[in-house]
Design a protein around this ligand. Structure first.
Ligand code: GLA
Ligand code: ZN
Length: 686
């Protein structure tokens, strides 16, 4: 553990509850600021992220600084025993800056210079913007670095997007020169240059991908996306120079995101790289509860998947940095959380490893686009309404969960998520253009374990595989020789590996492997996948597995078997009767290949076999029906068990070992009934 991690865990030995506080929208309303302090206490909140978009209030004119208001906010929060997560303001900038220094504005892919407006739209290379952010960050660190209320740094806000200006083109070329050791030939080789005469003869000819220029060179696209991640991190590293220098003990985070509408991990930045630069992972979770396209349990499962991925980026607790106490303003339909859902959704985050429940935002704005976004304090300024009461109730519960802070969630099962592979797969002009759905496919495999309360780590490729009994790598389209070697080692060491159709197709340059599937994969899996058939949405096939037929859609890979055992066969089409699922014993381990995209029931039954073989078990056994989830956080002396009803019905559950209800303090065992959306938090002393 680094010093920063230690500081984080010891300073915050309580669950953080609170969220984004934007008092700079209310500076002419001292009455409101005074109400805030009273309402913070009434809502059982303790931590506030301040200054996220406050640059215009902090530096209204170039070089003219106003910190008095922020001093007062710090002191107010401190006076009630609260803590501050101090943000750097680079997520949005004052108009004077864009006007005086247009280079801070972004240029889009079509090479159009953007106007001032919106947010999250700076050039990440601009020397002026880098200088300005460092300057204001230094002043903030000097002024508040020793304030007793300061808990953590929140760098910028939701980094994302890209810039294609001249500075960024130069930086990209510099990045490429470094990557390819100044050797243009190796770049041309990696990018398959001769295709369409796309060989470069000078570095200056290279431009970032563009809708009015190049978009078909996949190696270029992939390198550009890598560069965007690296340049975002580089901008962030520039932001934190004065912060690390002046406040080395204060941990740093930045808020990660997910992609919506179908909730999946954020696609545009490779968070596995970014995570290495942070002390604490935090993310902003806005699931569309009560939507009309999926069950509550299915959505909960997808939230759990992202939690498990973000937690595993550092294998330590994370923070829920933003969530809404009621509704957002940007879903297609902004539905209120039904009674019980706020607590359930909040506790689910804690169950998967969050040490906080934080909201966007504390007080609803009066104007502009977020005036109808849910907040703790509504326009009525009341502590009596349903949402405020729900928040206070979550606060009271969190106050009883201090022992959970810092505890982790070990797992024997892992599933690998890879940003680069996803980028390359989405870029591939092949297969079904709309049916690739890599993140969603991973969730299909995660489901079998989530439904049985068996913890899963969602890991990235740099992480150690050896501590897991089972590793799933569905649709791992891009995989380097190095990763293949590590997968081989994992199986040789006794691990069980499962992969699927469209895996092991291209290397790290997005160049296909030649001469059949990679020879190490052929050896480990005992097969050679020879052809992948893509289906129209209405096409169906099926496979026969252990005397049962399972529906197949989207993809079917035809497999040549060289030593593996056939576990299932296709039932239709010109490859009817040929292998669809195979198993191979390789040295000490086993390697399974699933050739087609199969219905959920197949995953359930298939993984049940592995669950039995590998004796995989829930950490704490609760008998329940579908839609109830049990997640456990483990400490040395106790297991903290979260039993959550993600259904609209009452659910009977059975607890075999007596445990203590953390909230009521009473002993619990036997058959209980969970109400709709009810959550119970139990402590099992070891
Ligand atoms: C993001 C931003 C917040 C706010 C919320 C609204 O997460 O970080 O500033 O706009 O969305 O849901
Ligand atoms: Zn730029």
């Amino acid at each position: 553990m680094s010093n920063h991690e230690k500081t984080y865990l010891t300073k915050a030995n309580f669950m953080l509850h609170g969220g984004d506080y934007n008092p700079d929208q209310w500076l002419d309303r001292p009455d409101i600021l005074a109400d805030d302090i009273k309402l913070m206490q009434l809502s059982h909140t303790n931590t506030f992220s301040v200054g996220i978009f406050a640059w215009a209030a902090l530096e209204p004119e170039e070089g003219v600084y106003h910190f008095e208001w922020l001093d007062e906010i710090f002191n107010n929060i401190h006076s009630i025993g609260g803590r501050v997560i101090l943000a750097t303001p680079s997520g949005a900038r004052p108009a004077w800056m864009s006007q005086k220094y247009p280079e801070v504005l972004r240029t889009n892919g079509a090479r159009a210079k953007m106007l001032h407006g919106g947010r999250h739209n700076h050039c990440f290379t601009s020397p002026v913007y880098r200088e300005k952010t460092q300057k204001i960050n230094r002043l903030l660190a000097e002024r508040y670095g020793n304030h007793p209320a300061l808990l953590m740094w929140h760098i910028s806000n939701e980094y994302g997007g890209e810039c294609h200006c001249g500075y960024c083109q130069d930086a990209f070329r510099g990045w490429l020169k470094k990557k390819y050791n100044n050797d243009l030939k190796s770049l041309n080789d990696a990018w398959w240059g001769p295709f369409w005469s796309h060989t470069f003869t000078d570095w200056s000819q290279i431009e970032s991908p563009s809708s009015i220029g190049e978009s078909m060179v996949h190696g270029l696209n992939l390198d550009w996306r890598r560069f965007v991640t690296d340049q975002t991190i580089d901008f962030y590293e520039n932001e934190i120079v004065p912060i690390r220098e002046l406040t080395p003990e204060i941990p740093i985070t930045t808020n990660f995101m997910a992609d919506t509408h179908e909730l999946i991990p954020f696609q545009a930045l490779d968070y596995s790289k970014f995570a290495k630069h942070l002390d604490v992972i935090s993310w902003d979770a806005y699931p569309a509860w009560h939507n009309d396209w999926e069950s509550t349990a299915d959505l909960a499962m997808r939230v759990g998947f992202i939690d498990d991925l973000y937690r595993c980026l550092k294998q330590q607790p994370f923070l829920l940095m933003e969530s809404t106490p009621s509704m957002v303003n940007w879903h297609p339909v902004n539905k209120a959380k039904r009674p019980g859902m706020h607590k359930l959704a909040s506790m689910q985050m804690v169950a998967h490893g969050s040490d906080s429940v934080l909201y966007f935002q504390w007080r609803k704005s009066r104007g502009s686009s977020e005036k109808f976004h849910g907040a703790v304090v509504d326009h009525d300024n009341s502590s009596e309404n349903r949402v405020f009461q729900d928040v206070a109730e979550v606060g009271k519960t969190l106050e009883k969960l201090s022992d959970v802070v810092g505890t982790n969630r070990p797992a024997d099962v892992a599933i690998l998520y890879d940003w680069e592979s996803n980028w390359a797969l989405n870029d591939a002009q092949g297969y079904g253009l709309k049916t690739k759905r890599y993140p969603q496919t991973l969730v299909q495999h995660y489901r079998a374990f989530w439904e049985q309360d068996i913890p899963v780590d969602v890991i990235t490729k740099e992480q150690d595989f050896s501590s897991y009994k089972l590793l799933m790598i569905p649709m791992l389209y891009l995989v380097s020789e190095e990763t293949i070697a590590r997968l081989k080692e994992f199986v040789a060491g006794g691990g069980t590996l499962v992969t699927t159709y469209i895996s092991g197709i291209v290397n790290e340059h997005d160049l296909t492997y030649t001469g059949g599937w990679h020879k190490d994969l052929q050896e480990v899996f005992g097969i050679n996948p020879v052809e992948t058939d893509t289906y129209y949405p209405s096409d169906r096939n099926s496979v026969m597995y252990r005397n049962q037929s399972y529906e197949l859609k989207d993809y079917a890979t035809i497999i040549e078997v060289n030593g593996a055992t056939v576990e299932a066969t296709y039932e239709d089409d010109f490859y009817s009767g040929t292998p669809a699922v195979t198993r191979n014993e390789y040295q000490g381990g086993k390697a399974y290949y699933i050739g087609g995209r199969l219905e959920d029931q197949f995953q359930r039954d298939f993984y049940q076999g592995l669950i039995n073989d590998l004796s995989l078990e829930p950490v704490f056994k609760v008998k329940h029906d579908k839609g109830v989830s049990v997640q456990v956080r483990q400490a040395t002396e106790s297991d903290y068990v979260f039993v959550m009803n993600f259904t609209e019905q009452k659910q009977p559950i059975t607890i075999e070992t007596p445990v203590e209800d953390l909230v009521t303090g009473r002993e619990v065992s036997g058959v209980l009934t969970l109400e709709q959306y009810e959550v119970r938090i139990l402590e099992k002393k070891k």
